[in-house]
Design a protein around this ligand. Structure first.
Ligand SMILES: Cc1cc2nc3c(=O)[nH]c(=O)nc-3n(C[C@H](O)[C@H](O)[C@H](O)COP(=O)(O)O)c2cc1C
Length: 337
């Protein structure tokens, strides 16, 4: 795969609201590549978003979550449910029963990608079966798998994708790691790009902590064909980022990010707030069970416009995010004004 776009920038898929068809087409119009985020959405909604972007005839991608293995031990999840009772009281919601399995409609979303011959399809949270990759590639899709270290890169390369996304611990949002217990979020993107390049012969897109043109240049110098950036686009005019997160990012009150499993059971980098301070040290692993467990609290906090119990996903370069058109942010990252 030779990078075929004017600018070496991927506007990251950002599930939970920020990624919209408008963000994806604005990225493409600016010479970058944008991804729709299939995560958490119904297959019907994904199909509609794909149809909308496809009608623009601009290049685009679709990102799909791999189903996570069910938790081996539900004891810590039950304990965490107990520990969250004060939050349920505070936000006047019921904590749901534990929901352990949820494949996020994986098969249906792959079928949509195949049916629409989505030009670029990326995966996170694991490695798809080789048969899935083959089917997508036969349909004409370029297939990418997100990895966080050399070992995951070797496993991913074995199923025959076109390229890998090397995601560092500095990245905003969930880590793609398949060894969440070992994830401390300390790796930097240039380092992960170099490790992955040394392990496999595939083109690598670097991700994590990109806020400036200098960050982009550094990743390209480390051997990346392009850079996938998310956080720096959260305040873009075309992004669907919730007002409560936009306001939090602009308030100057949230100055640090932390890696936490408190919201979803999978390590993710977020702005530090009351919820991360209270629960990061005790929250168990167990995605998506913890995601479902905390959902009513997060939704109620969002309704109250209270940023202290919301997953404010953001990477280490969050202070570089500025409001404005996507095209301007793409230009800023690529050093063209
Ligand atoms: C709000 C938010 C949501 C994200 N959602 C997804 C997602 O749905 N799928 C995915 O592969 N990566 C997701 N990511 C991670 C990005 O793909 C990418 O690795 C990350 O944004 C790069 O680091 P940066 O945010 O520091 O630029 C998300 C990141 C953020 C900030």
């Amino acid at each position: 795969m030779v990078w075929e776009f004017g600018r070496p920038v991927v506007v990251a898929p950002m599930a939970g609201g920020p990624s919209t068809p408008g963000l994806v087409t604005a990225a493409a119009a600016a010479g970058a590549l944008g991804f729709l985020a299939a995560g958490y959405k119904s297959a019907d909604l994904v199909a509609r978003e794909v149809a909308e972007v496809r009608a623009s005839r601009l290049p685009y991608g679709l990102n799909i979550f791999l189903p996570s293995p069910p938790p081996v031990d539900v004891g810590p999840l039950r304990e965490y449910r107990q520990a969250l009772r004060p939050e349920a009281e505070r936000y006047e919601v019921e904590l749901p029963r534990l929901r352990l399995a949820d494949d996020d409609g994986f098969a249906a979303k792959v079928r949509i990608a195949v049916g629409a011959a989505v030009p670029w399809v990326s995966f996170t949270f694991g490695v798809p079966e080789a048969s899935v990759v083959t089917e997508l590639r036969r349909a004409g899709c370029t297939v990418l798998v997100t990895v966080t270290d050399a070992e995951e890169a070797r496993r991913a390369a074995a199923v025959g994708p076109d390229a890998l996304i090397a995601q560092a611990g500095s990245a905003g949002g969930h880590s793609a790691t398949t060894s969440p217990a070992d994830h401390d979020g300390s790796s930097t993107a240039p380092q992960v790009v170099r490790d992955v390049r040394a392990a496999v012969g595939l083109p690598v897109i670097g991700a994590g902590g990109t806020g400036t043109a200098r960050d982009v240049r550094r990743l390209l110098a480390a051997g990346a064909v392009a850079v996938q950036a998310g956080t720096v686009f959260l305040l873009a005019d075309e992004a669907g980022t919730r007002a409560v997160q936009r306001d939090a990012m602009l308030s100057g009150r949230f100055t640090e990010t932390v890696v936490t499993r408190a919201f979803t059971g999978q390590p993710a980098r977020a702005l530090r707030n009351r919820f991360t301070d209270t629960y990061s040290s005790t929250a168990p692993l167990g995605y998506p069970a913890v995601h479902h467990l905390t959902a009513p609290v997060r939704a109620a906090a969002a309704r109250r416009e209270d940023p202290e119990a919301i997953n404010l996903w953001a990477g280490t370069a969050h202070a570089e995010a500025r409001p404005g058109p996507t095209a301007g942010i793409v230009r800023r990252l690529t050093g063209a004004g």
